[in-house]
Design a binder for this molecule. Structure first.
Ligand code: GLC
Length: 651
């Protein structure tokens, strides 16, 4: 059952697509205070678990920390970080009482889940203008399913997007891309997608291509397609300010950019230098920006990643002016030593809350200050692209995913979880985040495999790939200046060929389970407790996941180990994809076990009385030979395989 409560004048975020009557009663759980902004408080029992928050820090159980849902370009995702790239305001309290809550509020909102007081959950935001949805059900899984029904069906990518993709910030010329493909194909490491980071553009201008380096872009796209490679270019939020750059000129002329209070176009520096932000919250501007994707589609492109859409700001002219004043007038006369203010203020030039108060959106003729609706920018940039592509080719699926999101964006595209690092802790974070993302509707999701910042190591990349085999978005991406991270950059390439190959062996299953989940508003990736709700032990397990309805995965995420402990809630078949192409199968009883898993092996467990399809490894999705399909696991059981043409829209 779902009840809607309204406070003040809520902003229409478009998260919820099912109209619901507003309840006249008061919320039956916890208490609500409306004196200073909005505050919901609830006393948690010792054993209560709090699920949700989608792309957020820490564990599957969110207790014991404070989260500021305030989309933030934060490449330093250390344990104490409160804000990540997305804001997903959905939580479930699972314990003595059982309910889910969606706080439909577009600005910064804080979830203090036992941080200030260990037994107290407080959700607060500055303005008491929001809709609150309270969902009751027997289990958390049931609550998620009800929530998913009212937020609409999750985005469905084309089938090729379930292949493996290589990315790196730093590929600049056609030759760089050709080299990557040659290396993958010559080493027979499967690959379907090659991502183009900002350097393919002319001076980082959206929807342009650097003609010096890509004189025949269309020819290149075509050649790649012949090799079964989809080129996926990046599109950034900021439009470069440059006379005679037509996107800039058009946006300016039609008032499609975000404005300052005085009506002038707001300026923010990002990769191209000073830019304007397209006002994607304004339907006209959104349609205009979305229509521009056609420029690359017309060259044969069939997928995009949207970036910098928090929107990230390196600095603004106003921020710099204030900083200069501070340096001139305050710093040198200050008598406080040591004075770290100069450094803090310099760092604070980026993504400053003050800057987010300096610009406005035109929403149905009303100017709305950005900070009030900050968390909606990324969602609406994804929506711009989705709607633009839909208009162009209404019956075709495109690959589309973005960095910043709000619940609602799950209908338009997938997400990657932003700039992580080549740390073992970030592999674990990736594992824990996946089910939470699924609860919020983001099924097509994944992290930068191998880690974006810092230097990866061969073992970390292999372990991460072995987990990435199961994430719908499987992409290796790294930052410029870091160690080369392509699978062929390390010794014993055959290990990488094998691990990535397992993704292709499992692809019919992964695709089938993803599609079934998407079509029926279900989860592809679940915490164990969602399947085994009567098993108390499962409530504690955060490093094993259910993938689809048949399997449980137990990734290895620590260095210098040749295995790990696992918990089995029932008898299961332990499967290992061995480097020589064979599959080892052992039946293990319910309970605790230590399993051996070498760096070049991919483990999974098949649930009792279930089986899954596997095929022979292939070098791209198009080459998968369905006639090689066979079942593994408890093969007396049936498996209900979903398949389709992989490209038509599912109505
Ligand atoms: C941002 C993105 C990253 C990309 C870089 C350059 O940091 O998160 O993925 O490589 O910008 O475009």
């Amino acid at each position: 059952m779902i009840k809607k409560y309204s406070y003040g004048t809520p902003f229409q975020t478009d998260t919820i697509i099912t109209p619901l009557e507003t309840s006249a009663s008061t919320v039956e759980f916890g208490s609500i205070l409306l004196s200073e902004g909005f505050q919901f408080t609830y006393k948690m029992a010792d054993n209560d678990i709090v699920y949700g928050l989608g792309e957020a820090n820490r564990g599957i159980n969110k207790r014991g920390f404070i989260y500021d849902n305030d989309c933030f370009d934060n490449p330093h995702q250390t344990e104490e970080q409160r804000s990540f790239y997305a804001a997903h305001n959905f939580i479930i309290i699972d314990g003595t009482e059982h309910f889910g809550m969606y706080f439909d509020y577009p600005g910064k909102i804080t979830f203090d889940i036992g941080y200030t007081l260990q037994d107290t959950l407080t959700v607060s935001c500055e303005n008491a203008d929001l809709n609150l949805y309270v969902i009751t059900g027997d289990t958390s899984y049931d609550i998620v399913k009800q929530f998913r029904k009212i937020i609409g069906r999750s985005y469905i990518p084309p089938k090729y997007a379930f292949g493996f993709g290589q990315s790196r910030w730093g590929y600049k010329a056609r030759q760089d891309f050709e080299n990557v493909v040659t290396n993958y194909r010559e080493n027979h490491i499967p690959i379907d997608m090659l991502y183009m980071d900002i350097d393919y553009m002319d001076s980082f201008k959206d929807f342009t291509v650097n003609e010096d380096e890509f004189s025949d872009f269309e020819g290149m796209v075509n050649d790649m397609q012949k090799k079964h490679i989809h080129l996926i270019p990046i599109i950034d939020a900021g439009v470069k300010i440059e006379d005679s750059y037509d996107i800039y000129e058009e946006g300016k002329e039609n008032s499609y950019f975000c404005k300052r209070e005085d009506g002038t176009d707001f300026e923010a520096a990002v990769w191209p230098g000073l830019t304007h932000f397209p006002d994607v919250l304004n339907p006209d501007a959104r349609a205009w920006f979305g229509s521009k994707y056609e420029r690359l589609i017309s060259k044969g492109i069939d997928g995009f990643w949207n970036d910098m859409c928090e929107p990230a700001i390196f600095y603004t002219p106003e921020g710099v002016a204030e900083y200069k004043n501070y340096l001139k007038n305050d710093l040198l006369t200050s008598e406080t030593f040591p004075n770290f203010d100069a450094r803090t203020k310099a760092e604070g030039l980026a993504n400053s809350p003050e800057d987010y108060k300096r610009f406005y959106h035109n929403i149905n003729g009303k100017m709305v200050r950005h900070d009030k609706v900050h968390n909606l920018y990324g969602m609406n940039m994804t929506r711009a692209a989705f709607e633009g592509l839909e208009k162009l080719e209404p019956n075709k699926r495109f690959l589309l995913f973005s960095r910043s999101s709000f619940i609602g964006a799950h209908r338009y595209g997938g997400v990657w979880t932003g700039d992580n690092c080549s740390w073992w802790s970030h592999l674990l974070l990736n594992i824990k985040m996946m089910p939470s993302l699924n609860m919020c509707g983001f099924l097509y999701a994944g992290a930068d495999i191998g880690g974006f910042g810092s230097n990866t190591t061969r073992d970390l990349l292999l372990r991460w790939l072995a987990f990435g085999v199961f994430t719908p978005l499987m992409r290796n991406h790294s930052a410029i200046g870091t160690r080369n991270q392509e699978c062929y950059s390390f010794e014993h390439i055959e290990d990488f060929r094998h691990v990535v190959g397992v993704r292709y062996r499992l692809l019919p299953y992964i695709y089938s389970e993803f599609m079934k989940a998407a079509i029926s508003d279900d989860m592809y990736c679940k915490p164990l407790a969602f399947e085994y709700s009567d098993d108390n032990m499962c409530r504690q397990v955060e490093d094993q996941l259910m993938i689809g309805n048949e399997i449980m995965i137990t990734p290895v995420y620590t260095q210098n180990t040749s295995g790990r402990y696992v918990y089995l809630p029932e008898e299961m078949k332990f499967i290992k994809f061995m480097p020589n192409g064979t599959i080892s199968e052992t039946v293990l009883d319910k309970g605790h076990h230590y399993i051996e898993v070498q760096l070049n092996e991919v483990p999974l467990f098949i649930r009792r009385n279930k089986c899954i399809p596997i095929v022979n490894a292939a070098e791209c999705v198009d080459d998968i030979d369905i006639s090689s399909m066979k079942m593994i696991g408890y093969t007396d059981a049936d498996y209900d395989l979903y398949d389709d043409d992989g490209i038509s829209i599912i109505r």
